[in-house]
Design a protein around this ligand. Structure first.
Ligand code: FAD
Length: 514
């Protein structure tokens, strides 16, 4: 395909001159993909809906060569920045480039996709622009294999989640997605295409994993696979006491390998009949009622749901599955009679949030703003977090899920750029997944953003050991605090791989060197 070059709309003479110069630069790039200067609106939006920054152009690369050419041209230009855009599911404009170039990685989603067997491991080469949902469907249908570690929602790209961490209920076994790749192809901020792994260009490999797009654009990832189960027993049980909920969740995630469920998560919900935030949000099947009379009288304003799942094959007898499930559930102290189970196909289980998406799209809340807040909070402080935040500030819910579940430090590689609390083996993911209905009577988005800031400030004031996940800061001091003693490594890696600070300007960590 010949690069498509459309006309510019200029705001003033200086812009016009600059844009004409750039046009000349890009005409000489000889890309196999395309450049679009006109329909740039979509790259100025993201899932968060809080920021809007228009790029100069969108590049739809054919592959790594196109990405490298575009980055090299930006590197040589006086002040151009480049943002890789996965599926734009960031909250705070992280994949945007204000009057810079946005590289739409989805145009490369079909590249690669090769299975390899190396030293007894089964691995998959996949494009950085592929959606995890497509990786899942192709892997299961073609090879009956699947990646080991997931996110809850799979309409996200491989490069996008690897630039953060990628966590879900499997992470206590395998670590986040960043712990499940062995090799990457990365286009650095100088426009070089480098293959990297633990043993080759290892600074780039570990830097890029969780690196918020700061060191390079991931064009290929080599992902660990396992054999795919046919079915999943999906279970939810309810607790009224946070201590019991955390004790059981922690027990499950610290069992020896193969002696626990295959997935462990949890969430907080409101102790009321509120259809979004309360009891109705718990049953897995609309025909399962929630027996409110089973809730202990001592229960507070919020309750807790432990969500677990067990994989099995079609040829396994139901009684075998029942025995494993019952022996694990038998050790837990949830509220009797508040237990929900369904059996679902493995792919349907992993695509469970897709159904939420369809529903949310139908009633308009998928496209309205999402002022989400994600944190990693150390086990040391999670009970205080519950008392001050869940039971107090958020006792009426956030208009969507409030996830809280334990993860293990030993499942992450501390050479990556992923930041977690500084102390202890166990820390919790806390996710406040706010959906704002597009009708009045709900707090304004501004108020919700303020409430998020209040929560973060409270965590700082109380001295909680925590990190923002999918971090978003405005000042260099905040970023320095976020990275703590890793800051100098982060800065050194930036100097090596993106010395002009061309990449991922939407993260607002470094300023473009002009
Ligand atoms: P984008 O938002 O497009 O990009 C994110 C950042 O990565 C940007 O800075 C961008 O420049 C950079 N980037 C994108 N592609 C590349 C690349 N190929 N190479 C280098 N840098 C790149 N996260 C979890 O961990 N677990 C979950 O369960 C989970 N569920 C989610 C559910 C929903 C509905 C949403 C909206 C988000 C969820 N997330 C979850 C967060 C998600 O992982 C991040 O928002 C992720 O960044 C989104 O991926 P994306 O492909 O849309 O990336």
């Amino acid at each position: 395909m010949i690069a498509y070059l459309g006309p510019f709309i200029h705001e003033n003479d200086t812009d016009s001159k600059r844009d004409d110069d750039l046009l000349n630069v890009f005409q000489s790039l000889d890309l196999q993909g395309s450049i679009d200067y006109l329909a740039t609106g979509f790259a100025g939006k993201d899932f968060g809906g809080l920021y809007s920054l228009k790029p100069l152009a969108i590049i739809r690369p054919r592959g790594a060569d196109d990405v490298a050419r575009a980055v090299k041209a930006a590197y040589r230009s006086p002040n151009l920045t480049v943002a890789a855009r996965g599926n734009g599911h960031s909250i705070n404009g992280q994949a945007m480039a204000d009057r810079g170039l946005v590289i739409d990685m989805r145009s490369t989603e079909g590249n690669h996709f090769n299975i390899l067997r190396i030293n007894g491991e089964i691995l998959l080469d996949v494009s950085g622009g592929a959606l995890w949902e497509d990786v899942l469907k192709r892997c299961v249908s073609t090879f009956n294999l699947a990646p080991r570690s997931w996110t809850d929602y799979l309409g996200l790209t491989v490069g996008g989640t690897l630039s953060n961490a990628g966590v879900s209920g499997q992470a206590f076994i395998y670590g986040p997605q960043t712990s499940n790749v062995t090799e990457l192809d990365v286009v650095t901020g100088k426009g070089d295409i480098l293959t990297c792994s633990e043993t080759e260009n290892s600074e780039l490999f570990f830097g890029a994993l969780g690196g918020l797009g700061q060191f390079g654009i991931i064009t290929r990832a080599r992902v660990k696979l396992q054999s795919a189960p046919d079915m999943v027993r999906w279970i939810r049980v309810v607790y009224s006491e946070f201590e019991e909920f955390t004790r059981d969740a922690e027990w499950l995630v610290t069992r020896p390998e193969g002696e626990s469920f295959d997935y462990v998560e949890g969430f907080v919900f409101v102790n009321s009949d509120d259809p979004v935030n309360g009891w109705p949000s718990v049953p897995l099947d609309p025909d399962h009622g929630f027996d409110r009379t089973a809730i202990p009288r001592t229960a507070g304003p919020v309750l807790y749901c432990l969500e677990v799942a067990l994989h099995y094959q079609n040829n396994e007898h139901t009684s075998t599955v029942d025995t494993v499930v019952n022996s694990l559930l038998g050790r837990l102290r949830f509220v009797e009679d508040l237990q929900f189970q369904v059996d679902v196909n493995y792919v349907d289980f992993l695509l469970r949030v897709k159904r939420v998406e369809e529903h949310a799209r139908a009633n308009g809340i998928w496209d309205s703003p999402h002022p989400w807040l994600n944190l990693f909070v150390s086990k040391r402080d999670i009970a205080d977090f519950d008392r001050m935040i869940f039971k107090n500030m958020l006792k009426e819910g956030v208009g969507g899920p409030m996830l809280v579940y334990p993860l293990l430090r030993s499942k992450l590689d501390n050479r990556t750029s992923v930041m977690i609390p500084s102390e202890g083996e166990i820390f919790y993911l806390v996710a406040l997944l706010r959906f704002t209905p597009p009708y009045p009577k709900v707090p304004s988005v501004k108020k919700l953003v303020c409430q998020n800031q209040e929560i973060v400030q409270l965590c700082i004031k109380k001295g909680f050991d925590f990190k923002l996940y999918l971090p978003h800061y405005q000042s260099q001091e905040d970023w320095e605090r976020h990275f703590g003693n890793q800051w100098s490594t982060f800065v050194d890696r930036k100097k090596s791989f993106d010395p002009m600070a061309v990449l991922a300007p939407g993260q607002k960590i470094f300023k473009r060197v002009c």
